[in-house]
Design a protein around this ligand. Structure first.
Ligand SMILES: Nc1nc2c(c(=O)[nH]1)N[C@H]1C(S)=C(S)[C@@H](COP(=O)(O)OP(=O)(O)OC[C@H]3O[C@@H](n4cnc5c(=O)[nH]c(N)nc54)[C@H](O)[C@@H]3O)O[C@H]1N2
Ligand SMILES: Nc1nc2c(c(=O)[nH]1)N[C@H]1C(S)=C(S)[C@@H](COP(=O)(O)OP(=O)(O)OC[C@H]3O[C@@H](n4cnc5c(=O)[nH]c(N)nc54)[C@H](O)[C@@H]3O)O[C@H]1N2
Ligand SMILES: [Mo]
Length: 752
């Protein structure tokens, strides 16, 4: 019988002994005390055997490399080092239909995939296939399509820079820009907003900026779970006198106190450091109103003391200041307060902190991006920063907190369904090609294409597309309509079971494993959330002798599919230095790539906006002036956000616990405001039904979830992804970013 669930208040600091105990438990559970410890010592370290944590994209801290890892990075690592193996015998024992009854964790816990498998419809089993036969099957299917645009090539943000470059080159040379990626669900809005505002789609800060900022605003991030190494930056900043403001409908544990693992004395004495000066429990989607309130504080203060606005900076480097001032003046406090869901006093407190800081950073993650007006909210972040010249100088700037370890690098290296014209031209020149300019499909449109029959082949380079994408049943149906689905993966997941008429599973090396492609030791590079690039070398023996590197798999699919290609695919795969040489030519900022990626801490890709060079059509940083959107739910609708627990990695759920939120043994839950529950006659722990209404008016249901009281603003509710993706409709994506509205699901909740 399932263990009884429980909910209690969590009173401890983030990280510290709770996390240390969890690390020890995780390694022991996986039988990985020896290998895991060895791996941890090398993780995020320097030197030849350094490898990059396959977890999140938070940068390494050069001053703290001895223990620069976190509880959740360890969990991630253990999943990859898993001693279990999903062998051909395992697949022989289970039909694919019977595997469907396993939970996602059970699938994952079968261990690492060991050899290529092909789906055999007559027996409903995956059976072994030789690598070259698998490549031939893909080539035949791709060559047989009426148009290259009938294929889509998905990426999850784990892929190395080298593999990303080859993958996009292959897709484009084959003839399509259909390169959907996890970024389409994650930080697409950040890239678009920053490109429009400051000319380049990335943040401008590095860790030293975090160390020297006077104020840090953390918006829509659950740092202790999803970027735990940020806790070090927050505690250091706080000790250094910086003010920290957390903006989040929930008070996450990183917005209280933390103990940082490398601070051995703190650990020993159980001493924690505060990590917050102000917590603002904003209404979902209310961030833009709060930011506009802060801007209003700045303009008001400027009436007394004009120097609070950095007029020299505004004059020389920005465009649209007057129009922005007019829009802010024209937005009333009443509107700001209503839309932010905060009191004027709370907003003014944030304004005071911003005004008192000589330098300020604003960081954000999915709580800001996964909304209809995510792009406008991020542009409002930039508006506020521009007013006080908080960009392109020490301790200041916009700082998106990226997700997957190399999601930023994927984009830099060409995984982009709609890249700049200059990028096409460079590739055409380098490879003697004529490339299609037809914009490719993103994640949402790829699924639509599968449904209407215009996408027939799906290749997934990592990830778990079927669970990550919105509207799960719809995405499932789409994948099942494909003539071929190919998943390049390390472990078994739901996307292998929901497959096309023909289907392949191609097992690849993980980042911890020695890559001896071409008979030499190969390393790959990644780029972290702060644009630092360095080489990473695996060192563990591969989980099976039959695994191939992602680079190798892509190169061979390409060489087999495009036999007349002049691109030297196999030659590239035999020595990744050759790919890096090509990337040096193709990508801005990659000068002397092979040497610089091997420097002790790697190198930073030039970010012009960091130097106050704004590559926008105006040549300046642009203010943006939209009205505030109305984000107040009406009637009995609640805005439901779908988020991660502390014990999961995106679609991989490690357990039903969520330690920092005090929840045990329960994922089928919905966190609600006590008064919203009372209004609906729902009591603590009662089973409820959720009904979501999509933009097109269709409804989706999730029944029998447990309602729990939680401190979240009235009108809002929260639950876990990926389960709640069944509530999102396929048309529920932002018109600004095309990102699914994963933090803005309109639901009604009633007692079951
Ligand atoms: N351990 C672990 N680490 C991870 C991941 C993982 O699954 N597990 N995933 C990785 C990936 S791909 C990504 S993209 C990141 C995701 O990192 P996060 O963005 O932290 O991910 P979520 O769990 O979705 O949490 C969103 C946060 O935003 C808040 N929020 C919701 N709506 C709003 C809003 O309207 N305004 C504001 N201000 N806040 C809001 C939520 O309460 C929550 O704290 O983490 C990365 N790191
Ligand atoms: N409702 C809701 N849905 C969401 C979100 C949300 O907040 N709410 N967040 C969205 C976000 S931000 C993201 S990034 C997506 C995540 O979407 P994805 O990136 O597609 O999903 P993951 O769960 O990270 O993928 C895990 C799988 O990757 C494979 N894998 C792991 N390591 C490797 C490797 O080294 N190589 C290869 N080839 N495969 C590997 C394993 O087979 C594993 O099962 O989900 C999105 N979906
Ligand atoms: Mo993400």
């Amino acid at each position: 019988m399932a263990e009884q669930w429980s909910q209690s208040d969590y009173h401890h600091p983030a990280a510290g002994w709770g996390a240390a105990k969890s690390v020890a438990k995780v390694m022991a559970k996986h039988g990985l005390v020896k290998d895991g410890t060895r791996a941890l010592i090398k993780m995020n370290h320097v030197g030849d055997e350094k490898f990059d944590c396959p977890g999140c994209a938070w940068p390494d801290n050069p001053g703290k490399l001895a223990m620069d890892f976190c509880e959740n990075g360890v969990k991630h690592l253990c999943q990859e080092l898993d001693p279990g193996r999903a062998t051909r015998e395992f697949f022989a024992h289970h039909t694919v239909s019977s595997l469907e009854s396993m939970t996602d964790l059970e699938l994952e816990n079968q261990g690492r995939l060991t050899e290529p498998m092909v789906y055999e419809a007559s027996t409903d089993h995956y059976v072994p296939i030789r690598w070259q036969d698998a490549y031939a099957m893909i080539a035949e299917e791709l060559q047989g399509l009426d148009s290259p645009n009938e294929a889509a090539f998905y990426t999850s943000g784990r892929l190395s820079n080298e593999a990303s470059f080859l993958y996009q080159l292959f897709a484009r040379e084959y003839g399509t820009n259909n390169l959907p990626d996890c970024s389409n669900m994650c930080h697409e809005g950040s890239g678009r907003a920053l490109r429009a505002a400051i000319g380049t789609g990335k943040g401008t800060c590095d860790l030293e900026d975090w160390e020297s900022a006077d104020a840090i605003f953390v918006m829509g991030v659950n740092a202790a779970a999803n970027a735990p190494r940020m806790l070090t930056a927050l505690t250091d900043a706080h000790r250094g006198g910086a003010k920290i403001v957390h903006v989040n409908p929930l008070v996450e544990v990183a917005a209280t106190r933390a103990i940082v693992p490398h601070e051995v004395l703190d650990m020993a004495l159980n001493m924690s450091t505060p990590t917050s000066d102000l917590n603002l429990q904003v209404r979902p989607g209310g961030d833009m109103a709060l930011l506009r309130g802060i801007a209003k504080c700045v303009f008001e203060a400027a009436e007394e003391d004009p120097s609070v606005i950095d007029s020299a900076f505004v004059e020389e480097f920005t465009d649209g200041y007057e129009a922005y001032k007019a829009v802010v003046d024209g937005t009333s406090w009443e509107e700001i307060v209503t839309q932010a869901g905060l009191t004027e006093a709370e907003i003014r407190a944030a304004g005071d902190i911003y005004l008192a800081a000589d330098s300020a950073i604003i960081a954000w993650c999915l709580g800001v991006t996964q909304h209809e007006h995510g792009v406008d909210s991020i542009r409002e972040i930039v508006n506020v920063l521009l007013l006080r010249g908080n960009i392109g100088r020490k301790g200041a700037g916009p700082s998106p907190v990226r997700g997957h370890s190399n999601v930023q690098g994927n984009r830099t290296c060409g995984i982009d369904h709609n890249p700049a014209e200059s990028f096409y031209q460079t590739l055409e020149k380098m490879y003697g090609l004529t490339l299609s300019r037809q914009p490719g499909l993103d994640t949402v449109r790829t699924v639509k294409g599968m449904m209407d029959g215009s996408v027939k082949v799906f290749v997934g380079l990592g990830g778990n597309f079927v669970l990550a994408a919105p509207d799960t049943p719809y995405t499932m149906e789409g994948l099942r309509k494909c003539s071929l689905t190919v998943q390049v993966s390390t472990k078994l997941n739901r996307s292998h079971l929901v497959h096309g008429v023909k289907a392949l599973i191609l097992p690849c090396l993980g980042r911890t494993e020695k890559d001896r492609t071409g008979g030499i030791t190969q390393g790959v590079t990644v780029e972290d959330a702060m644009s630092m690039v360095h080489i990473s070398h695996g060192f563990m023996p591969p989980a099976s002798p039959d695994l191939r590197s992602e680079v190798n798999i892509i190169a061979r699919i390409a060489a087999t599919t495009l036999p007349k290609s002049n691109t030297r695919w196999i030659w590239y795969a035999e020595d990744y230095d050759r790919i890096r040489d090509a990337m040096e030519q193709a990508l801005p900022g990659f000068t002397d790539f092979n040497r610089r990626c091997r420097e002790k801490h790697g190198f930073r890709i030039a970010q012009p906006a960091r130097e106050r060079e704004f590559i926008t059509p105006t040549g300046k940083a642009n203010f943006n002036t939209p009205p505030l959107p109305d984000v107040v739910p009406t009637g009995d609708t609640l805005i439901l956000q779908t988020m991660r627990s502390h014990d999961q990695w995106n679609t991989t759920v490690y357990s039903d616990n969520d330690r920092y939120r005090g929840i045990k043994n329960l994922r089928t839950l919905v966190l609600m405001n006590a008064e919203d529950m009372a209004d609906r006659g729902i009591i603590q722990g009662e089973l409820v039904n959720l009904e979501a209404t999509s933009r097109d008016g269709s409804t989706r249901n999730l029944n029998g979830y447990t309602a729990l009281t939680y401190s979240t603003p009235r009108g809002s509710a929260a639950g876990y992804m990926p389960e709640m993706n069944v509530l999102l409709g396929h048309d529920d994506y932002s018109t600004q970013s095309d990102q699914p509205l994963m933090k803005q699901v309109r639901v009604t909740i009633t007692a079951a």
